[in-house]
Design a binder for this molecule. Structure first.
Ligand SMILES: [Zn+2]
Length: 246
């Protein structure tokens, strides 16, 4: 029995050798929540849609500004001033007509965001602040959804896969993270690289491949140095310590 149409077999012919028709079919039945379609979310959503994710919920309440265009590759000059989720939905549908995009022009603190978390298989962090990330982390733990965190600032990027009940959550590791006094400068390719790494981990989670568990990946783009930092759960973490190992 074949899981895919002839067109799908052709479209994904260069990846089916890695994930199989069954894996490809799983992607087409999956929902990924991309929380924030800025620099990180631009890159992750393009790769997720290209790879065949069936349904993408994209969340962002912002409008496109000129200073976004040095790194947010979903958008163009002609789009300035328009809501990002609307623009992102249009661009992603151009890439693949049969993807279902659910654009939500909301804040992550709204109830509708909690519903979106419940409705998704994997959550991808495209946020630019810790307050919003901690909210997503709490919901991911509450509903036991895999959550892929990435962040960028200046010459650096970091990546962490949170599997609630198995690996440290963001609160375990970053509860004392201080918000910067002003938005940091960002080396333009860094959110692209980190967003693509998020898409890579999401695709592997959805197709049952090995993922980066229990390590924080840190990249120094200026020196081009990659570090893997072993991390462990905090047994007293107020967010995730009540979840038994599963
Ligand atoms: Zn925790």
């Amino acid at each position: 029995m074949s899981y895919l149409s002839e067109r799908e077999k052709q479209r994904y012919s260069r990846q089916i050798g890695l994930i199989g028709e069954e894996g490809q079919s799983k992607l087409s039945r999956s929902t990924v929540l991309v929380a924030g379609v800025g620099g990180l979310g631009s890159a992750s959503s393009l790769y997720l849609v290209a790879a065949g994710i069936g349904r993408l919920i994209i969340v962002d309440r912002d409008f496109l500004e000129l200073s976004n265009l040095n790194r947010q590759i979903l958008y163009s000059e002609k789009d300035l001033g328009r809501p990002k989720v609307e623009l992102a939905a249009k661009r992603l549908k151009e890439l693949r007509g049969d993807v279902e995009i659910v654009p939500l022009k909301i804040d992550v603190f709204e109830d509708a965001f909690e519903d979106a978390v419940k409705d998704s298989d994997v959550i991808v962090d495209g946020m630019d602040n810790w307050k919003a990330r901690f909210r997503i982390n709490e919901l991911a733990v509450k509903y036991r959804k895999p959550f892929i965190h990435a962040a960028v600032g200046e010459w650096y990027g970091q990546l962490l896969v949170v599997l609630p009940g198995k690996t440290p959550c963001l609160h375990c590791l970053f509860r004392n993270a201080k918000p910067p006094e002003k938005p940091p400068s960002i080396f333009p390719p860094s959110p692209g690289v980190m967003g693509i790494l998020e898409a890579a981990e999401a695709i592997k989670i959805l197709t049952g491949r090995s993922i980066s568990v229990g390590k924080l990946i840190h990249i120094d783009f200026l020196r081009m140095e990659f570090r893997e930092i072993r991390v462990a759960r905090d047994p007293n973490c107020p967010v995730c310590s009540k979840l038994a190992e599963s």
